[in-house]
Ligand binder design. Structure first.
Ligand code: PEP
Ligand code: MG
Length: 939
């Protein structure tokens, strides 16, 4: 089954990320579906009191819940109101309109806001300006839309000027507003505005935006209004109430823009949960040099180090920082520039971290040296940082080990196993640029300059590094497939950095030595030109960039596990281990690995697997020295010849089993008898035909020709129209009993030998693809006969079990009968999914995406268990099986055994263990503990 297996491995890393997110989110989806439409749709916050609180993320979104909680805690939060996610759903249900009752509720909250703010929307004396920002339950950085400075028009802008005595500021705010509103609400391309802005700058000879004065900005506003007229044949809306409704609806619409949809697809965020809209009084970071805006984290989100971390820009508005347009200053410099605001910020954010018991990601604005908090939420972090932070918070006695387990997304642990560069080789190469180390990991690949190229080149099997001047949210699909992302501008909280960390992609941002020429697909660094397709490598932990293809080596964790590094030398290993030991104490599910070779068994054991749930014996047949014997076995046209070939395999298989048992140190090992259709061991028909034609044409060796012709004949004989439903699994053992005999003998002999050497092993012999109890009965009789003969010959008695895979729907339906013969079941959820849906596991890729787009399927059912259908068969088979045999051992060995969401399900139906690939063992250990705690991360 070579083909099948390779595909599964390729799928691994992609599906891992997706399904972990689903584990995190499945509960949320169910909760929000179950909820009746809330009666209250608009929630006020301001003056130390909010209608909502942190527990209301479903309704208020993450941002809304954070604003409410901070308000209640007495932090300086500009007042405002949140229009709920339920309103978003109503908006879509009612044909992109809100019911009058919600409109009225909003008007009421607006009046309350005006009273609290002492300003009125549309007033020329005291104009109220607001921001209108999206905020879903799960943060989707940069994917949806935001509008700032709403409420400005030709008259209120003059009022703002009068009120602040700052005409430049008033017109800068107005031009920003027209630009954002024009783009988001009126859907005018950004470039139209950028072109007009650049024209004014050019005319003035200005280098920076800040070089423009009030008059220039009036000019910009005039030009922007013309752009709006030209593009929409309407004047820019002057009524602030119309502006507000338009902006609100546009934010709701942005929930369904292509990049937000793509983001939700990647992270399995349900489509139906909707976004909230936050309307909040503006405070200004762009009102002069005593103003600033910034973002930060209470700890380093890339490494987890306990350091106050973030960046800010003086005289700027929020979007400037995250957009990556200007490279901001590190937050520590704020202490020098505005010490009082800095001290307050430290105090507030420390309080928030203690309150939420987790790293906080915050946004703030300073207006005339007064600090305002605009957002707080649990910070996105790398897998590396997640482990460091969780273990640190326990050491600081802020949380318990139990709580620490819930702070780490199980799939993110895979990032800690990702390769690193060999330090010697890396050091020997010249560093051509250094940027901000935004997301750790070693990235090496061919340079591409667009997200589209990243996808296209990856589809051709190339490894690429995506290089951009700055990344924008639309690049998400390209970032996803790249080895790493490198940008010339932006700070640690720019989009590339945030998304890179979340994806566990190595990322360097703000590498200002890079001169990226996206148009001509090349870049200049350090006097050298790097063209599209050239190799580039970078280290996301140190921030160093080198022009070379550099090989990688195992991560620190693996180095410790394979003995090349001592545990004392690796802090991250010790933390990783500590966390997983906490998990082991809490989980009920056993963790096994799917491993076929002794070294895989050793690695799985080192990762914490305590058993093998699936040893696919046929993988042992593919080795170069074995394939000819296997082929002889297949080509034999009589039983005697077949037995001779099979016997040749015996010592080899015995050696394999001996190694695997030993690698598992006496833990249970499930060995499956041969499964794949035999043609998989033979050359392809088309290849043979070509070879024969060549030999014939060149008058080649007659013996060789005869051999090839015989082979072709057998290949044609073995051809099946539907091999996955053909002569495979137990059907092979029934038609060629000598194979089952040989495999049983090899297993029992290896176990006897080990027993003589002092290691007790309990082999579990597993028959695949059983759909009828009589199939199992047939094979079990062979196994028991040969095992008895072998033990007798060896003079050793060993304990062994005979069981079956449940992977054919009929097997699940008749599990009560089958359990009469089987001592254990292992759910083969790959085949069970294939046969329950009738989807070919090798071909689903051709239509899965469309199925997902059309919402026929939420997720890939081969990656995460289809609870409703396939899951029902699993649950039923468990119940039926245990009714017949209460001691029946139950496990799963399909790919779902390493998927956190599926692990939650397997825990619930009462399996004894899950089995997954060695690299997913840590993921499974943590997910099993979270399942035992019955809590999903993020809820
Ligand atoms: C399965 O079908 O789930 C299974 C583990 O077997 P294989 O993938 O080898 O068919
Ligand atoms: Mg199978």
């Amino acid at each position: 089954m070579a083909k099948k297996t390779v595909k599964k491995h390729q799928k691994g890393s992609y599906t891992t990320r997706r399904t972990a997110a689903r584990a995190v989110r499945a509960g949320a989806a169910a909760a929000s579906k179950a909820k009746k439409p809330a009666e209250q749709y608009v929630f006020f916050f301001g003056h130390g009191k909010a209608d909502g609180n942190r527990a209301m993320r479903d309704i208020l979104g993450g941002k809304g819940a954070g604003l409410a909680e901070m308000t209640n805690a007495g932090l300086p939060v500009p007042p405002g109101f949140t229009i709920s996610t339920a309103a978003c759903n109503l908006f879509y249900e009612q044909g992109r309109k809100l019911p009058a009752a919600v409109e009225q509720e909003m008007e009421k909250s607006l009046r309350k806001l005006e009273a609290v703010a002492g300003a009125t929307l549309g007033s020329t004396e005291h104009p109220l300006l607001v921001s209108v920002r999206s905020g879903a339950k799960f943060s989707m950085p940069g994917m949806m839309d935001t509008i700032l400075n709403l409420g400005l028009n030709d008259e209120t802008v003059e009022g703002l000027k009068k009120l602040t005595g700052n005409g430049r500021f008033a017109f800068d705010s107005y031009r920003r507003f027209i630009q954002m509103f024009g783009n988001v609400v009126l859907e005018i391309p950004k470039q139209e505005f950028e072109g007009a802005f650049e024209a004014v700058k050019r005319a003035k000879g200005a280098r920076l935006d800040t070089d423009l004065d009030e008059q220039d900005l009036r000019d910009v506003v005039g030009r922007y209004k013309k752009v709006v007229w030209h593009k929409t044949r309407r004047n820019f809306p002057q009524d602030p109430h119309d502006q507000l409704r338009g902006a609100r609806d546009a934010v709701f619409r942005s929930w369904n823009n292509p990049r937000a949809k793509e983001y939700r697809r990647i992270y399995d965020i349900p489509d139906h949960i909707g976004t909230a809209v936050n309307v909040q009084m503006m405070v200004f970071g762009n009102r002069g040099d005593r103003c600033a805006t910034g973002v930060g984290f209470t700890r380093n989100p890339a490494t987890g180090a306990k350091e106050f971390y973030g960046e800010f820009l003086i005289n700027a508005q929020g979007e400037d920082v995250v957009a990556g347009i200007r490279t901001p200053m590190p937050i520590t410099e704020l202490e020098t520039v505005m010490p009082k605001a800095y001290r307050e910020l430290r105090a507030f954010t420390t309080r928030l971290e203690r309150h939420y018991k987790d790293i906080q990601d915050f946004e703030f604005t300073i207006q005339d040296e007064k600090l305002y908090m605009l957002q707080t939420r649990s910070g996105k972090r790398t897998g590396y940082a997640a482990v460091v932070i969780a273990t640190d918070l326990v050491a600081e006695k802020l949380i318990t080990p139990r709580e620490a387990l819930l702070l780490v997304d199980p799939t993110s642990l895979s990032q800690l196993l990702a390769p690193v560069f060999d330090p010697k080789e890396w050091k020997a190469l010249p560093t051509v640029a250094k940027g901000l180390p935004a997301s750790p990991g070693a990235a090496s690949g061919q340079v591409v300059f667009t997200a589209e190229d990243a996808v296209a080149w990856t589809e051709q099997g190339k490894k690429v590094v995506l290089v951009r001047k700055e990344t924008v949210p639309d690049d998400i699909h390209g970032m996803f497939v790249s080895q790493g992302v490198l940008t010339a501008t932006g700070g640690m909280t720019s989009h590339a950095a945030v998304v890179g960390r979340q994806m566990g992609k190595p990322a360097i941002v703000g590498a200002s030595a890079l001169h990226v020429d996206e148009e001509h697909h090349r870049l200049a660094i350090d006097g050298k030109i790097v063209k599209e397709g050239d190799f580039l490598s970078f280290d996301g932990l140190s921030g160093e960039v080198k022009i070379a293809k550099v090989a990688t080596k195992p991560s620190e964790i693996l180095q410790v596990l394979n003995g090349t590094m001592k545990p004392e030398e690796s802090g991250i290993f010790r933390r990783f281990n500590r966390l997983l030991e906490w998990a082991d104490k809490l989980r009920r599910l056993g963790i096994r690995a799917n491993a076929d070779m002794p070294d895989q068994a050793e690695l799985a054991y080192a990762f914490g697997a305590r058993g093998i749930g699936l040893c696919r014996t046929e993988h042992m047949f593919f080795a170069d020295d074995r394939l000819p014997i296997v082929r002889r076995m297949i080509l034999a046209d009589n039983e005697a010849d077949r037995r001779t070939a099979v016997l040749e395999l015996l010592p080899l298989q015995r050696g394999d089993f001996y190694g695997v048992f030993k690698g598992m140190h006496g833990c249970p090992v499930t060995i499956r008898t041969i499964d794949p259709p035999l043609h998989e061991f033979l050359p392809r028909r088309e290849d043979l035909m070509v070879e024969i034609a060549k030999l014939e044409a060149s008058g080649g060796d007659a013996n060789e020709l005869a051999e090839k012709r015989a082979l072709l004949g057998r290949v044609e004989q073995l051809h099946e129209f539907n091999p996955m439903l053909g002569h495979r699994g137990v059907r092979l053992g029934i038609t060629y009993p000598e194979i089952t005999e040989m495999q049983t003998r090899a297993i029992i002999e290896a176990a006897c030998q080990l027993k003589k050497e002092g290691l007790k092993v309990v082999p579990e012999i597993m028959i695949p693809l059983v759909g009828h109890v009589k199939e199992l009965r047939d094979q079990k009789a062979i196994v028991e006969r040969v095992a008895a003969e072998t033990m007798k010959a060896q003079g050793v008695t060993i304990q062994y079990l005979v069981g079956t895979m449940i992977e054919v729907p009929r097997g699940a339906l008749t599990a009560d009968e089958i359990a009469g013969e089987a001592q254990f079941f292992s759910f083969g959820t790959n085949d069970l999914t294939q046969m329950t849906f009738g989807f070919s596991r090798d071909d689903i890729g051709k239509f899965l995406r469309v199925y997902q787009e059309k919402k026929i399927l939420d997720a890939d059912p081969f990656a995460s268990i289809d609870v409703v259908g396939v899951g029902k068969l699993v649950a039923m088979a468990c119940e039926l099986g245990r009714k017949t045999r209460p001691t029946l051992k139950l496990g799963v060995c399909g790919e779902h055994g390493g998927d956190p969401a599926s692990i939650h399900f397997f825990h619930q139906v009462g399996l004894d263990y899950v089995s997954c690939s060695p690299y997913r063992v840590p993921v499974a250990r943590l997910a099993a503990a979270q399942a035992a705690l019955s809590v999903k991360v993020g809820d």
